[in-house]
Design a protein. Structure first.
Lengths: 307, 362
């Protein structure tokens, strides 16, 4: 039926109002147009995300001899070194995330309370390290923290310690270096969410009889939780796949997931095993994200729906 | 059963308040007394300092100098959470992470009121603002008017000595706003708390207040009952800000007041000298015949400009001899309409001697 006859048809049924066919056709035309506009993006996503991940998954299903097998996955349960790497990775991620919250929350809070001008200047100092290569920053930490580095020589000169502290080439070094690199990822979303907290809500809290500390605890902190949660998720997920800093600062003693992958592929050329590591890391990360989503969705709907 | 605020209502004595932001002075030597249980409105344009004064009263802004006494007790340096003053914020400032019940219970929780008493008092407060049964609602599930009521309930549930309101109705649409004005007024009559209300809406101020303090540029221009403020404005600013006004320049000399060479008749004693303005409300002007110019009516000759019909009333624009345009408003009564002049016609405008109000021409 043509558009013209639909609009002029006097015998429209009750379910088919005036121009109903023409409007439906128009809606279809619009969705086709939108799909056409979207297609370059969709193709790109398919080519650079779906295809490589599919390939990765495919690779992980073959052992060294090229036989289809589950050996690459079975290794996770059989080899102690794999399990140890897994545990180390999560331990580092937890500790670094914790340290970021410990340092980042007060920093973001201070930034959010500063006058606009001062806050923008301080924010530059938070963002500045972003513009420096991770490699350079990690080597800088190595210089500062090593046995005869800045920190140890100062502390010995001041007579605080007699033996240099083991700050680099171990777990502590990895945590220090990674915390420095991850901090902005926590501070920026947290700062953004703190800025949206209505000053009048805090004033209302005090007006209604809550001391400044109680106002912080009962009003500011709960309202900053969404921002804190997104910062924590970003930092934790980034930590799980981090490579450069643990590789340089760990002194070969702290083996994380990504380092194991690098070893497996470049040292042993075992692509199947490396691919399996990648698939598991991806699965764990997605599971974590899903868990956070569920946790926040269930617990903080009141805060969430305000945004 | 009502909350018992009437017994705890206290007077406020404000004196010598100075406030500067940077180098800019926003309040100058401001003094004001609010009687116990009074509903006082601070009225003024934006930037007049009314909100700053309210913030100083609540303790959110520190004054540079001055004294605030509540029931004789100095509170100028007391932190806000110890002042026991309820406040309704312009944007309500409800806590988005708490439901209605917990919002209203918040001040009681801070005062360590028992759970049973809290439940009972929140219930009573909800009842008072006509939100019975909505305690479990989330704040974002409420309409603007309901949020307003929750904010009000939260500000009075702990029986504060004083309630402050910062343009609480400005976010509501016109009908709801007018309805809430009456409701707030009635609530104040029932509870009798000392209330300081801030608004820039002169009609709202006149509708609700026992007294209105008109503020301009950090000073109180006039503080009076609404009727007096409208009928007897003391400054040009007040006359212009509250209601419509015609300003007609007059000259004061030899103990008399002169306009265009004729002596004005007035009830008030004439100012001794100086340039003054006669304040004439549009509805105080009327069309008179030449014969009506008796002892108590002043006559102003004018030429009719435009006449605009507005349903219940009409507005007549006329031009005086000196070229100044004045506005006259009257109800559309048959006898008035019958005598309505045509545009361009010469007429005589009358104003009763008792309605003549003079203000200094700054």
């Amino acid at each position: 039926m043509s558009i013209g006859s639909a609009s002029l048809d006097p015998a429209c049924g009750p379910d088919r109002g005036l121009n109903a066919d023409a409007l439906r056709a128009d809606a279809r035309r619009e969705s086709r147009g939108l799909l056409a506009l979207l297609s370059p993006g969709l193709l790109l996503v398919f080519a650079v995300i779906i295809v490589p991940i599919g390939w990765l998954f495919w690779l992980s299903l073959f052992d060294e001899t090229g036989q289809l097998s589950a050996a690459n996955y079975a290794r996770f349960f059989e080899r102690a070194s794999y399990i140890k790497t897994f545990v180390t990775t999560f331990k580092v991620a937890f500790v670094v995330t914790g340290a970021c919250v410990l340092f980042g929350y007060p920093l973001a809070y201070m930034l959010s309370q500063l006058p606009r001008r001062a806050a923008s200047i301080c924010l530059i100092f938070v963002i500045l390290p972003f513009w420096t290569s991770v490699l350079v920053r990690t080597y800088a930490w190595l210089v500062i923290l090593q046995r005869k580095g800045l920190v140890n020589s100062w502390l010995i000169d001041l007579g605080v310690i007699s033996q240099p502290l083991p700050l680099a080439n171990n777990f502590a070094g990895v945590v220090i270096g990674m915390t420095h690199i991850m901090l902005p990822f926590l501070v920026l979303p947290l700062y953004a969410s703190m800025k949206t907290i209505d000053v009048d809500c805090l004033r209302a809290g005090m007006n209604l009889g809550a001391s400044p500390a109680a106002t912080f605890r009962q009003i500011f902190f709960p309202l900053s939780l969404p921002g804190l949660a997104s910062g924590v998720v970003i930092v934790f997920v980034l930590c799980l796949g981090f490579f450069v800093t643990p590789a340089l600062m760990g002194g070969g003693k702290v083996i994380m997931w990504a380092m194991r992958m690098e070893q497996t592929t470049s040292l042993y050329s075992n692509w199947g095993a490396g691919a399996a590591l990648g698939v598991v890391l991806l699965a764990v990360t997605l599971a974590l994200l899903g868990f956070f989503q569920w946790l926040l969705g269930a617990r903080a709907t009141g805060v969430w729906s305000q945004r | 059963m009502l909350l018992s605020l009437a017994q705890s209502a206290l007077p406020i004595g404000i004196s010598g308040i100075e406030k500067r932001f940077g180098g800019v002075s926003v309040l100058h030597d401001l003094g004001l007394d609010v009687a116990a249980g009074e509903f006082l409105t601070l009225l003024g344009p934006s930037g007049s300092g009314k909100t700053t004064l309210l913030m100083i009263l609540a303790g959110f802004v520190r004054a540079n100098a001055g004294s605030i006494k509540v029931g004789g007790e100095e509170i100028i340096t007391m932190p806000p959470h110890k002042r026991n003053i309820g406040m309704v914020f312009q944007n309500y400032a409800l806590f988005p992470h708490m439901n209605v019940f917990h919002n209203i219970a918040f001040p009681l929780k801070q005062r360590r009121v028992s759970a049973a008493e809290t439940a009972e008092r929140v219930e009573r407060a909800l009842d008072l603002v006509q939100l019975k049964g909505l305690g479990e609602r989330r704040v974002d599930q409420l309409s603007g008017g309901q949020r307003q009521r929750v904010a009000l309930a939260r500000a009075i549930v702990f029986e504060p000595r004083i309630v402050l309101m910062d343009e609480p109705l400005s976010a509501l649409d016109k009908n709801l706003r007018e309805h809430m004005q009456i409701e707030l007024r009635n609530l104040h009559r029932r509870l009798g708390m000392t209330t300081v209300y801030v608004t820039h809406d002169q009609r709202e101020a006149i509708t609700m207040s026992d007294r209105v303090a008109v503020m301009n540029a950090g000073r109180i221009e006039q503080i009076d009952q609404p009727e007096a403020l409208y009928a007897r404005p003391k400054t040009k600013f007040v006359a212009g800000f509250i209601g419509e006004s015609n300003f007609i320049p007059v000259e004061c000399r030899n103990g008399g007041v002169w306009h265009e060479g004729s002596n004005l008749r007035m009830k008030d004693p004439a100012p001794s000298a100086g340039r003054h303005l006669m304040v004439v409300r549009p509805e105080k002007l009327r069309l008179i015949d030449g014969a009506e110019q008796t002892g108590d009516v002043n006559a102003l000759p004018a030429i009719v400009g435009d006449i605009i019909y507005q349903g219940d009333s009409f507005v007549c624009y006329a031009t005086l001899k000196d070229g100044r345009q004045v506005t006259l408003r009257d109800y559309c009564r048959p006898d008035v309409l019958a005598k309505l002049p045509a545009p361009g016609e010469p007429i005589t405008l009358g104003i009763d001697a008792q309605d003549v109000v003079l203000v200094a021409d700054q």
